[in-house]
Write a protein that binds this ligand. Structure first.
Ligand SMILES: *[C@@H]1O[C@H](CO)[C@@H](O)[C@H](O)[C@H]1NC(C)=O
Ligand SMILES: *[C@@H]1O[C@H](CO)[C@@H](O)[C@H](O)[C@H]1NC(C)=O
Ligand SMILES: *[C@@H]1O[C@H](CO)[C@@H](O)[C@H](O)[C@H]1NC(C)=O
Ligand SMILES: *[C@@H]1O[C@H](CO)[C@@H](O)[C@H](O)[C@H]1NC(C)=O
Ligand SMILES: *[C@@H]1O[C@H](CO)[C@@H](O)[C@H](O)[C@H]1NC(C)=O
Ligand SMILES: *[C@@H]1O[C@H](CO)[C@@H](O)[C@H](O)[C@H]1NC(C)=O
Length: 793
């Protein structure tokens, strides 16, 4: 016990010595050693680009558009272009474009290339200022996906690995009558906008928009502040998680163009005409399928939420849940097409919740527009008198000097995708952690041949998604799983670890690789964190799991493409872990396809994430888990797990081969017992579960999208036009204590906004389906707005 106390005191002391008030961000000063080993330019390719090195002045007078675009386009990169000419995707040309403090005048769009991060000085955020001549037909000040035909160049659901941080978008000099937007951001998983400010016109009738998303499959947004504008955000995507968005004086804070579902955590909407407008399409053609709002505040907003849903709506379109939200001077909290659905009064506090849509308690569905009680939130996971959940943004270490970062390349690692960097990296992790320094992974592909161990106190941050690439025979025994990265000793350890902006991967056949095993016990009040740490199995240069090796034709499963045993295992001895914006992806296509065609591949991995922490207090904020064979998410013997939004996809090849090939389910790992559960059922029962909850309490789900689109690469089973709510890609996708030879019981699950696609059953409990897809039809998906296994109902 004493040792632990000393550890914390020492760590606090060390952090205090190294932490100081700085004016320059460490990333401006740190040695620029990032590499992109598979880039055709070799070592001449530069990952880091300071816009001032490309001639940007940042003086508020000079037009810096061309200089910034030159910083982005420099070198051999994945450029947008006309169909057949533009690059579709690439992992071989990552770039970070850095902005020192200054005001950068912009007269036409800054065009982002694939895998570009824009990062500003955290201290006195740099301003991108739209010029008075900013053209009315330009798509946005920063264009995340350039239209080069009727569609954006990069398929919007394939835009991965990019972020924009620490910038202020000033549109106030651009004509108020013009449609001027800050960011055009049609993106998919592993993307983020963080710590941005949008200053727009406050003139009545102005046309400014802060963030514009028309399509995609996101994604994560956090810590954004919007001033003025016609619409702070104008957004549509399959799903998104957004957290800590603040709006002042916008005509409409958020205009929701469409979605399958969107989770808004911690909205602060102040002096806006409408808070969230989700009425698009009108009552006969609703386009917004569902929205979940929690821990938010609306102040001086005449209409909180505008919807086209009514109690007589025959589908679940316009499903809405609001929990634990304060309405101050919001006379109409929810406005329907014909008048007030939910009236407010000054100081209305929804400590409880309100829902519209289909409800199961656990019987159902009942179509309701009603107040309901809040889920009972574990005291260990909430803060303050409002009992909001604890949330923490990705640390940027802004008050740590660059000299207190320990670079793995300086420490001897090469990151060239060839050298065995195991020893060098482990030495840097150990020595930097002991010295209270932050481990810095310069951009690169770090090949390792033995497990990397991360101990308590470690803080690790990557530049432009460096990859840890497990390579060698250690990990290729399906009967003997071995972690690639292990946080906390095999027997368990206590303390706190912070880790951000990295990818963990495997090379070639790796049937025994557990990409991340988490064994660390951390306090619920200061949990450990993983922000933008992703797993990626196959589908990129260096993985040896690409188009040539893992074609979808030929004998399956192809032994050369059995590439991970599990993506993330949070062990029973672990606790107190905060995960935000993590994407665990078994590749369904090749991002570095030489044919530039996003060619599909068949890669096999056993399991997605399993949470087995007996103490619990686990946050999964904005996470997605795709294409693992047995299950995507599994909770076993755990408690207090926050999940919102969670998104899954079933492997495209299933049921050929079925879920139990090549990974035979192991009872000892609580794998699904398909043999028993699917006895006498159709082949499409033997398909990966999206989410399983076994012997676990307080699974708190704030938005889920569990999708199954294929049978052996054929989408006929999910064709919404022909099957009209009788899609049949798989029979079940979400199971709670589901039947089988093993006894599971007592799980308590609380859910807002469950959305499924392609699954006949939406929820299975104790061996039986309790919610049918066909009973909960929405526009495209099927939706249940509230489901609880027990009271509070
Ligand atoms: C990239 O930038 C370097 C350094 O500024 C410059 O020498 C080089 O010409 C640029 N290359 C291209 C293709 O623009
Ligand atoms: C979004 O994508 C769909 C499918 O590709 C397309 O039909 C639609 O036009 C797109 N929407 C917008 C606003 O571009
Ligand atoms: C919300 O964002 C602001 C900056 O926009 C930041 O100062 C604050 O810490 C964030 N709050 C949370 C709970 O993340
Ligand atoms: C790209 O892929 C599609 C479908 O997989 C195929 O029909 C098309 O011929 C491919 N195009 C090229 C240029 O390979
Ligand atoms: C679904 O089926 C309709 C009617 O046969 C067809 O026109 C459409 O292209 C199909 N859509 C997909 C995504 O396969
Ligand atoms: C689940 O819990 C029940 C009782 O709570 C217990 O009987 C059963 O053994 C547990 N199952 C497993 C697989 O741990």
């Amino acid at each position: 016990m004493k040792l632990v106390v000393c550890f914390w005191v020492c760590l606090a002391f060390v952090s205090q010595v190294f932490s100081q008030q700085l004016t320059t961000f460490w990333y401006e000063n740190i040695a620029k050693q990032g590499v992109a080993p598979y880039n055709t330019q070799g070592s001449a390719y530069k990952v880091y680009r300071n816009v001032k090195d490309f001639g940007a002045k940042g003086d508020g007078v000079t037009d810096d558009t061309a200089a910034i675009n030159a910083a982005i386009s420099n070198g051999s990169r994945c450029a947008p272009g006309a169909p057949g000419i533009g690059c579709q995707s690439s992992t071989t040309s990552p770039a970070v474009v850095y902005f020192p403090t200054g005001t950068y005048l912009i007269s036409s769009p800054i065009v982002l290339y694939y895998m570009t991060n824009l990062v500003g000085n955290f201290h006195s955020m740099p301003t991108l200022k739209a010029s008075t001549a900013f053209p009315s037909d330009a798509i946005a000040m920063v264009d995340g996906d350039q239209y080069t035909s009727a569609n954006p160049t990069y398929g919007t659901t394939n835009v991965f690995y990019r972020q924009i941080r620490n910038l202020l978008f000033d549109m106030t000099s651009a004509p108020a009558k013009n449609l001027v937007r800050g960011i055009h951001w049609p993106t998919a998983q592993a993307t983020s906008l963080q710590n941005l400010v949008f200053k727009m016109s406050t003139a009545s009738g102005n046309q400014h928009v802060g963030v514009f998303i028309e399509n995609g499959s996101g994604g994560f947004l956090n810590d954004l502040v919007f001033y003025g504008g016609n619409q702070g955000m104008n957004v549509g995507s399959q799903q998104f998680t957004s957290r800590n968005l603040t709006f002042y004086n916008s005509a409409t804070a958020i205009y929701q163009v469409w979605d399958w579902s969107w989770t808004y955590i911690g909205l602060s909407i102040n002096n806006c005409g409408v808070g969230l407008d989700m009425s698009n399409g009108g009552s006969t053609g609703q386009l917004v399928e569902s929205v979940v709002i929690l821990d938010s505040t609306f102040t001086n907003v005449p209409i909180g939420i505008s919807t086209s849903h009514t109690i007589s709506t025959t589908t679940t379109a316009g499903s809405l849940a609001i929990e634990n939200t304060v309405f101050n001077n919001v006379p109409v909290i929810v406005k329907g097409p014909t008048g007030t659905t939910l009236a407010g009064s000054t100081g209305t506090v929804y400590e409880g919740a309100w829902v519209q849509g289909n409800r199961y308690i656990p019987d159902g569905p009942t179509h309701v527009e009603t107040s309901v009680s809040s889920f009972s939130r574990p005291a260990s996971m909430v803060t303050g008198s409002l009992k909001n959940y604890y949330f923490r943004s990705k640390p940027q270490y802004e008050n740590v000097a660059s000299t207190n970062f320990a670079s793995v390349r300086t420490g001897g690692a090469k990151g060239d995708g060839v050298t065995d960097d195991t020893v060098a990296i482990q030495a840097v992790i150990n020595s930097a952690t002991a010295a209270g320094k932050i481990v810095y992974f310069d951009s690169g592909i770090y090949r390792i041949t033995a497990t990397l161990n991360i101990g308590p106190g470690a803080r690790i941050v990557g530049e432009a998604y460096p990859v840890i690439l497990a390579s060698g025979s250690l990990w290729n025994n399906i009967a003997h799983p071995v972690p690639v990265v292990r946080v906390g000793a095999a027997s368990g350890q206590s303390g706190v670890v912070e880790w951000s902006d990295m990818v963990v991967s495997t090379q070639g056949a790796m049937a025994g690789a557990v990409l991340i095993q988490w064994n660390l016990a951390s306090p619920a009040t200061t949990p450990s964190g993983m922000w933008d740490v992703h797993t990626r199995v196959g589908g990129f240069k260096g993985s040896n799991l690409q188009t040539t090796q893992c074609s979808i034709t030929g004998i399956q499963p192809n032994a050369n493409c059995i590439a991970a045993w599990q993506s993330i295992l949070i062990g029973n001895i672990a606790s107190g872990l905060y995960m935000e914006n993590n994407w665990l992806w078994t590749a369904d296509h090749d991002l570095d396809d030489v044919e530039n065609n996003n060619t599909r591949i068949s890669v096999y991995s056993g399991r997605g994430i399993s949470v087995e922490s007996t103490v619990g207090n686990i946050w999964l904020v904005g996470t997605a888990v795709e294409h693992h064979d047995l299950y995507q998410y599994q909770l076993y013997g755990t408690k207090n797990v926050f999940m919102g939004f969670i998104q899954t996809e079933t492997p495209y090849y299933q049921p050929t081969p079925s879920a139990v090939q090549p990974f035979a389910p192991l009872a000892g790992r609580n794998d699904p017992d398909f043999a028993n559960f699917c006895k006498g059922k159709t082949a499409t029962c033997n398909m990966a579960w999206g989410l399983r909850v076994l012997n676990s309490t307080n699974a708190l789900i704030y938005g889920a999208g569990l999708y199954s689109f294929f049978n052996n690469y054929d989408t006929t089973c999910s064709n919404h036009t022909t099957n009209v709510y009788n899609e049949y890609c798989q029979t079940q996708i979400f199971g709670i204590d589901e039947g089988g030879s093993t006894a599971y019981s007592g799980s308590t699950v609380f859910t807002y906004g469950l959305n499924t696609a392609g699954s006949v059953s939406m929820i299975d409990w104790l061996g039986s389906s309790i919610a049918a897809q066909s009973a909960n039809t929405n526009v495209f998906v099927s939706s249940v707005i509230r489901f609880v296994t027990k009271t509070p109902g």
